[in-house]
Every structure is written in structure tokens, then in C-alpha cells.
Write a protein that binds this ligand. Structure first.
Ligand SMILES: NC(=O)c1ccc[n+]([C@@H]2O[C@H](COP(=O)([O-])OP(=O)(O)OC[C@H]3O[C@@H](n4cnc5c(N)ncnc54)[C@H](OP(=O)(O)O)[C@@H]3O)[C@@H](O)[C@H]2O)c1
Length: 254
């Protein structure tokens, strides 16, 4: 939503995709009020369904030619040990966080190479770390970062920027969606200072796209943590991740 609001004055046609159509319709009304000449397509689509993704891709491929910006923002997590995870939730995470990113990128890349545009893929700081109690999510975001870097080099000569955005914790609905029923939210133990605002993530991601930066870590603190993670030997990371207190605990009954 924040990306759509940021881009409202810069596009001629916007396609909004998520499952909750009512929220998308409200957003579309708000965007139309801000820019009456903006054409908006609201597409309620479950990106975890291969069939729905297929229909969305057909629709995207039929859009009028021109400069295209793809923002792969949809994503979800799951706090808790892998052993007790739900097969359905893991599948949903991989479909949305990994397959949808890859398939939508494949669908728009040829047109971007011919007519211009760019891609913003929302990864995570988790892309740089294996995280017990967040195993599938962190691995899925490692895919997003690695995939974005590789694609960026493939289309570099065509001048198509591809950015992997790697935020740390941000106050959104993410934590509640990732929380398992009866358990605490894994993010709830994070200190306030690690959080980045949504506006900082969005404005920084747009600037990174303009500068053709491969990655963007929102805020100096997250940039520093990312740098430390990427420059710490694996043995030390294993030691630290193995000793750290478990963040996801069953909720105490009163
Ligand atoms: N918040 C954080 O701390 C944080 C940190 C690092 C990275 N990220 C990443 O940031 C991105 C945005 O997440 P957020 O923080 O804004 O969380 P959020 O508030 O839960 O938003 C997630 C968005 O993804 C959409 N979505 C989820 N599942 C979908 C599906 N199956 N099909 C279509 N759309 C779906 C949701 O819309 P519907 O529910 O209506 O479908 C919603 O618009 C994600 O990729 C997340 O991994 C978040």
C-alpha cells in the first residue's frame, strides 16, 4: 500500500494485487482521489495458488506495452520450530515468497528489457542469516536476495535496475500473520530501536532503484547489522544462533 501511495503521481496505470479485495478497493479509491488520471486495476489474487498466478500473469502480459515497474512485496512468515510447522503454511510461504517472485519476474522481464522499467523485490535482513524458529522464511528471503542479484547482472546491459530490499523489523501486519496460534510473536522481543518505519523502507527502496543499487538495507542500524552478518565467519554465526534464547514461546495462561 505504501509503495502505491508513493507512486501515485508517477504512473499512468497501476495493478494492485493481494487477496483482500475490499482493502485494495479502498486503496484504489484513495489513489484515484489523489490522481484522477491514474488507471487502476484491482486484482484479488491468491499468489499461493499456481492457477491464480497463471491467470494474473496472462493479464499482466496483456497490459499495454510501456515502461513497467514490478514490486514483489507480498510475503509471509511463520514463527516456530520447523518440526512442528504446518505443511500447508510452509507451502504457502514458498509459493508466495519464492515462486510468485520468480514467475512474475519472468513474466515482465522481456518487456522491461525492450521498453524499460525495473524491479523491487522485498527480501529481508533474514536473507543474510539462517534463523532457527524462522527457518523457511529466512531461506525464502535468501532466495529473493540471491535471485535478484543474479537477474540484475543478466539485464544490466539493458539498463533494467533490480533491487533486493532487506529490511529488519517493520511495524506492519507481518508479525501477527507469522504468529502461530497460542504462541508469542517472534518479533515482540525486539527492541524498539531495531524497527524501521514503512516510509523509510519505501523511500529508500525507490532511491535504490533510481541509483541501480543491488541491495537496500533500510536505516543505518540495519545496514550495519547486515554488514556484520555478511562478514562474520559461518562458525561464529552457528555458535551465536545456536546459543541465542528462543524467541517463540508458548503464551502463559492467566
Ligand atoms: N514487517 C516486517 O518486519 C518485515 C521485515 C522484513 C521483510 N518484510 C517483508 O515485507 C513484505 C511486506 O510485508 P509486510 O511487512 O507489509 O506484512 P503484511 O502487513 O502482512 O503484508 C503482507 C502483504 O502481502 C499480501 N499477501 C500475503 N499473502 C498473500 C497471498 N497468498 N496472495 C497475495 N497477496 C498476499 C497481503 O495481502 P492479503 O493478506 O490481502 O493477501 C499484504 O498486502 C513481505 O515480503 C515481508 O516478508 C517484512
Amino acid at each position: 500500500m505504501a509503495f502505491a501511495r508513493r507512486l501515485v503521481g508517477e504512473c499512468t496505470h497501476m495493478v494492485l494485487v493481494a487477496r483482500r479485495k475490499d482493502i485494495l478497493m479502498e486503496l484504489a479509491d484513495e489513489l484515484r482521489a489523489a490522481n484522477s488520471s491514474l488507471q487502476i486495476t484491482v486484482r484479488a489474487c491468491d499468489l499461493a495458488s499456481q492457477a491464480s498466478r497463471g491467470l494474473l500473469i496472462e493479464e499482466i502480459e496483456a497490459l499495454p506495452q510501456g515502461k513497467t515497474l514490478l514490486i514483489n512485496n507480498a510475503g509471509l512468515g511463520d514463527y516456530g520450530e520447523y518440526m512442528s510447522s504446518s505443511k500447508e503454511r510452509n507451502n504457502q510461504m514458498l509459493q508466495v515468497n519464492v515462486l510468485a517472485v520468480a514467475e512474475l519476474t519472468r513474466a515482465v522481464l522481456p518487456r522491461m528489457v525492450c521498453q524499460g522499467g525495473g524491479i523491487i523485490n522485498i527480501a529481508s535482513l533474514a536473507a543474510d542469516l539462517f534463523i532457527p524458529d524462522f527457518a523457511v522464511y529466512a531461506a525464502s528471503k535468501a532466495f529473493v536476495a540471491s535471485f535478484s542479484e543474479a537477474i540484475r547482472l543478466e539485464v544490466r546491459k539493458a539498463g533494467v535496475p533490480v533491487v533486493a530490499v532487506c529490511p529488519g523489523p517493520v511495524h506492519t501486519g507481518f508479525g501477527e500473520v507469522a504468529r502461530r496460534s497460542g504462541c508469542s510473536n517472534g518479533y515482540s522481543s525486539f527492541k524498539k530501536w531495531v524497527y524501521t518505519s514503512v516510509s523509510e523502507v519505501v523511500s529508500g527502496a525507490m532511491a535504490a532503484l533510481e541509483n541501480n543499487s543491488p541491495r537496500y538495507y533500510p536505516s543505518l542500524r540495519i545496514r550495519l547489522i547486515g554488514w556484520l552478518l555478511r562478514n562474520t565467519p559461518l562458525w561464529l554465526l552457528r555458535l551465536v544462533m545456536g546459543c541465542r534464547p528462543r524467541k517463540v514461546e508458548p503464551l502463559q495462561e492467566n
